[in-house]
Design a protein around this ligand. Structure first.
Ligand SMILES: N[C@@H](CCC(=O)N[C@@H](CS)C(=O)NCC(=O)O)C(=O)O
Length: 214
Protein backbone atom coordinates (compact mmCIF):
# COMPACT_ATOMS: atom_id res chain seq x y z
CA UNK A 1 0.00 0.00 0.00
CA UNK A 2 3.05 2.27 0.37
CA UNK A 3 1.84 3.63 3.71
CA UNK A 4 4.28 4.76 6.37
CA UNK A 5 1.94 4.81 9.30
CA UNK A 6 2.90 4.21 12.92
CA UNK A 7 0.34 4.12 15.70
CA UNK A 8 1.88 5.06 19.04
CA UNK A 9 0.63 3.70 22.32
CA UNK A 10 2.03 2.97 25.78
CA UNK A 11 4.55 0.19 26.29
CA UNK A 12 2.33 -1.17 29.08
CA UNK A 13 -0.84 -0.23 30.96
CA UNK A 14 -2.55 -1.84 34.00
CA UNK A 15 -5.32 -4.39 33.38
CA UNK A 16 -8.21 -1.93 33.77
CA UNK A 17 -7.99 0.04 30.52
CA UNK A 18 -6.84 -2.83 28.30
CA UNK A 19 -9.11 -3.26 25.32
CA UNK A 20 -10.13 0.40 25.67
CA UNK A 21 -6.89 2.33 25.22
CA UNK A 22 -7.63 4.77 22.43
CA UNK A 23 -4.93 3.49 20.10
CA UNK A 24 -7.63 0.92 19.37
CA UNK A 25 -9.55 3.56 17.41
CA UNK A 26 -6.60 3.98 15.06
CA UNK A 27 -5.87 0.27 14.79
CA UNK A 28 -9.56 -0.32 14.02
CA UNK A 29 -9.67 2.44 11.40
CA UNK A 30 -6.51 1.23 9.70
CA UNK A 31 -7.81 -2.35 9.71
CA UNK A 32 -11.13 -1.29 8.19
CA UNK A 33 -9.37 0.69 5.48
CA UNK A 34 -6.74 -1.97 4.76
CA UNK A 35 -3.95 0.50 5.56
CA UNK A 36 -0.72 -1.12 6.69
CA UNK A 37 0.77 0.25 9.90
CA UNK A 38 3.29 -0.38 12.61
CA UNK A 39 2.74 0.03 16.33
CA UNK A 40 5.39 1.71 18.46
CA UNK A 41 5.45 2.70 22.10
CA UNK A 42 6.24 5.38 24.63
CA UNK A 43 6.83 4.55 28.30
CA UNK A 44 3.75 4.49 30.51
CA UNK A 45 5.67 5.14 33.71
CA UNK A 46 7.61 8.22 32.59
CA UNK A 47 6.48 10.77 30.04
CA UNK A 48 9.77 11.95 28.53
CA UNK A 49 10.21 15.16 26.58
CA UNK A 50 10.18 13.16 23.33
CA UNK A 51 6.65 12.00 24.20
CA UNK A 52 5.39 15.47 25.18
CA UNK A 53 6.82 16.87 21.97
CA UNK A 54 4.46 14.60 20.06
CA UNK A 55 1.48 14.49 22.44
CA UNK A 56 1.64 17.59 24.65
CA UNK A 57 -0.60 16.08 27.35
CA UNK A 58 1.56 12.97 27.69
CA UNK A 59 -1.30 10.81 26.47
CA UNK A 60 -1.76 8.25 23.74
CA UNK A 61 -2.48 7.69 20.96
CA UNK A 62 -0.61 9.72 18.45
CA UNK A 63 0.10 8.85 14.86
CA UNK A 64 3.06 9.35 12.60
CA UNK A 65 2.63 9.31 8.85
CA UNK A 66 6.02 9.91 7.28
CA UNK A 67 6.95 13.45 8.30
CA UNK A 68 3.56 14.17 9.84
CA UNK A 69 2.90 13.67 13.57
CA UNK A 70 -0.67 14.08 14.76
CA UNK A 71 -2.34 13.60 18.15
CA UNK A 72 -5.96 13.35 19.41
CA UNK A 73 -7.61 10.09 18.47
CA UNK A 74 -10.37 11.89 16.53
CA UNK A 75 -7.89 13.91 14.50
CA UNK A 76 -5.78 10.81 13.85
CA UNK A 77 -8.83 8.84 12.74
CA UNK A 78 -9.90 11.62 10.39
CA UNK A 79 -6.37 11.70 9.03
CA UNK A 80 -6.72 8.01 8.21
CA UNK A 81 -10.23 8.58 6.86
CA UNK A 82 -8.90 10.97 4.24
CA UNK A 83 -6.94 8.07 2.80
CA UNK A 84 -9.88 5.75 2.24
CA UNK A 85 -13.55 6.15 1.40
CA UNK A 86 -14.17 3.02 3.45
CA UNK A 87 -13.88 5.36 6.44
CA UNK A 88 -15.32 8.53 4.92
CA UNK A 89 -17.30 9.07 1.71
CA UNK A 90 -15.40 11.18 -0.80
CA UNK A 91 -18.40 13.33 -1.73
CA UNK A 92 -18.74 16.72 0.00
CA UNK A 93 -21.91 16.01 1.97
CA UNK A 94 -20.77 12.56 3.13
CA UNK A 95 -17.47 14.03 4.25
CA UNK A 96 -19.19 16.91 6.08
CA UNK A 97 -21.53 14.51 7.85
CA UNK A 98 -18.67 12.24 8.87
CA UNK A 99 -16.75 15.19 10.34
CA UNK A 100 -19.89 16.35 12.11
CA UNK A 101 -20.60 13.02 13.76
CA UNK A 102 -16.98 12.35 14.72
CA UNK A 103 -16.90 15.71 16.51
CA UNK A 104 -20.33 15.04 18.05
CA UNK A 105 -19.16 11.68 19.41
CA UNK A 106 -16.17 13.35 21.06
CA UNK A 107 -17.49 16.76 21.97
CA UNK A 108 -21.13 16.07 22.80
CA UNK A 109 -21.04 12.49 24.07
CA UNK A 110 -17.53 11.62 25.28
CA UNK A 111 -17.18 15.02 26.93
CA UNK A 112 -20.01 13.89 29.26
CA UNK A 113 -19.36 10.13 29.49
CA UNK A 114 -15.72 10.39 30.56
CA UNK A 115 -16.15 12.88 33.44
CA UNK A 116 -19.28 10.97 34.58
CA UNK A 117 -17.31 7.72 34.53
CA UNK A 118 -14.41 9.29 36.49
CA UNK A 119 -16.76 10.61 39.19
CA UNK A 120 -18.42 7.21 39.37
CA UNK A 121 -15.04 5.52 39.69
CA UNK A 122 -14.17 7.79 42.58
CA UNK A 123 -17.21 6.48 44.46
CA UNK A 124 -19.84 8.97 43.36
CA UNK A 125 -22.07 6.46 41.51
CA UNK A 126 -24.88 8.92 40.90
CA UNK A 127 -23.24 12.26 40.51
CA UNK A 128 -23.92 15.77 39.32
CA UNK A 129 -23.40 14.70 35.73
CA UNK A 130 -25.93 11.82 35.74
CA UNK A 131 -28.85 13.89 34.43
CA UNK A 132 -26.75 15.41 31.71
CA UNK A 133 -25.42 11.98 30.72
CA UNK A 134 -28.91 10.45 30.63
CA UNK A 135 -30.16 13.26 28.43
CA UNK A 136 -27.31 12.83 25.93
CA UNK A 137 -27.75 9.04 25.89
CA UNK A 138 -31.50 9.44 25.32
CA UNK A 139 -30.83 11.64 22.31
CA UNK A 140 -28.38 9.09 20.92
CA UNK A 141 -31.00 6.38 21.44
CA UNK A 142 -33.58 8.41 19.50
CA UNK A 143 -31.12 8.92 16.64
CA UNK A 144 -30.12 5.25 16.49
CA UNK A 145 -33.76 4.12 16.63
CA UNK A 146 -34.20 5.67 13.23
CA UNK A 147 -31.03 4.67 11.45
CA UNK A 148 -28.51 1.90 11.33
CA UNK A 149 -25.50 4.12 10.58
CA UNK A 150 -24.79 7.78 11.24
CA UNK A 151 -23.81 8.74 7.70
CA UNK A 152 -25.25 7.74 4.31
CA UNK A 153 -26.68 4.42 5.39
CA UNK A 154 -23.20 2.85 5.58
CA UNK A 155 -20.32 2.34 8.00
CA UNK A 156 -17.95 5.29 8.42
CA UNK A 157 -15.34 6.55 10.88
CA UNK A 158 -18.21 8.32 12.64
CA UNK A 159 -19.72 4.96 13.65
CA UNK A 160 -16.32 3.68 14.69
CA UNK A 161 -15.74 6.51 17.12
CA UNK A 162 -19.34 6.75 18.34
CA UNK A 163 -19.41 3.02 19.09
CA UNK A 164 -16.06 3.22 20.83
CA UNK A 165 -17.32 6.04 23.05
CA UNK A 166 -20.56 4.18 23.85
CA UNK A 167 -19.13 0.69 24.45
CA UNK A 168 -17.69 1.51 27.88
CA UNK A 169 -19.36 -1.10 30.12
CA UNK A 170 -20.67 1.38 32.75
CA UNK A 171 -22.28 3.48 30.02
CA UNK A 172 -23.66 0.46 28.23
CA UNK A 173 -25.23 -0.83 31.44
CA UNK A 174 -26.99 2.45 32.10
CA UNK A 175 -30.71 2.38 31.30
CA UNK A 176 -32.56 0.44 28.66
CA UNK A 177 -31.44 1.65 25.25
CA UNK A 178 -32.08 -1.18 22.77
CA UNK A 179 -31.18 0.70 19.58
CA UNK A 180 -27.89 1.87 21.07
CA UNK A 181 -27.08 -1.61 22.33
CA UNK A 182 -27.84 -3.16 18.91
CA UNK A 183 -25.64 -0.49 17.29
CA UNK A 184 -22.71 -1.24 19.61
CA UNK A 185 -23.10 -4.98 19.06
CA UNK A 186 -23.15 -4.47 15.30
CA UNK A 187 -19.97 -2.41 15.42
CA UNK A 188 -17.95 -4.59 17.77
CA UNK A 189 -18.86 -7.67 15.71
CA UNK A 190 -16.84 -6.28 12.80
CA UNK A 191 -13.73 -8.24 11.91
CA UNK A 192 -11.58 -5.10 11.99
CA UNK A 193 -12.69 -4.22 15.52
CA UNK A 194 -12.04 -7.75 16.76
CA UNK A 195 -8.55 -7.76 15.25
CA UNK A 196 -7.74 -4.31 16.64
CA UNK A 197 -8.87 -5.29 20.12
CA UNK A 198 -7.12 -8.67 20.06
CA UNK A 199 -3.90 -7.01 18.89
CA UNK A 200 -4.07 -4.43 21.67
CA UNK A 201 -4.69 -7.09 24.31
CA UNK A 202 -1.80 -9.16 22.93
CA UNK A 203 0.47 -6.10 22.96
CA UNK A 204 -0.12 -5.45 26.67
CA UNK A 205 0.04 -9.16 27.55
CA UNK A 206 3.47 -9.34 25.89
CA UNK A 207 4.49 -6.29 27.93
CA UNK A 208 3.50 -8.14 31.14
CA UNK A 209 5.77 -11.00 30.17
CA UNK A 210 8.75 -8.81 29.48
CA UNK A 211 8.22 -6.98 32.83
CA UNK A 212 8.30 -10.38 34.60
CA UNK A 213 11.55 -11.31 32.83
CA UNK A 214 13.23 -8.02 33.83
N1 LIG B 1 -8.69 13.35 23.88
C1 LIG B 1 -7.62 12.38 23.82
C2 LIG B 1 -7.69 11.52 25.08
C3 LIG B 1 -6.53 10.57 25.12
C4 LIG B 1 -6.56 9.74 26.37
O1 LIG B 1 -7.35 9.96 27.31
N2 LIG B 1 -5.65 8.76 26.38
C5 LIG B 1 -5.49 7.91 27.54
C6 LIG B 1 -5.37 6.46 27.10
S1 LIG B 1 -6.86 5.95 26.32
C7 LIG B 1 -4.21 8.30 28.23
O2 LIG B 1 -3.21 8.53 27.59
N3 LIG B 1 -4.26 8.36 29.58
C8 LIG B 1 -3.13 8.67 30.37
C9 LIG B 1 -3.15 10.10 30.84
O3 LIG B 1 -4.13 10.82 30.59
O4 LIG B 1 -2.17 10.49 31.45
C10 LIG B 1 -7.74 11.51 22.57
O5 LIG B 1 -8.87 11.21 22.17
O6 LIG B 1 -6.70 11.13 22.00
Amino acid sequence: MGENLTIWTYDWVPEGPRGFVRDLRLRWGAEEAGLSYDVDTVPFEDRPRSHLDRQPFGQVPFLTDGEITIFESGACLLHLARKSDILMPSNASGEAETLQWVVAALNSIEMVTVPWWFLRLSGDRENGLSGWLDSRLAHVEAILSEREWLVEDRFTAADLIMADVLRVPEIRARGDRPATEAYIQRLVARTAFKKAQADQLAHFAAADESRVRR
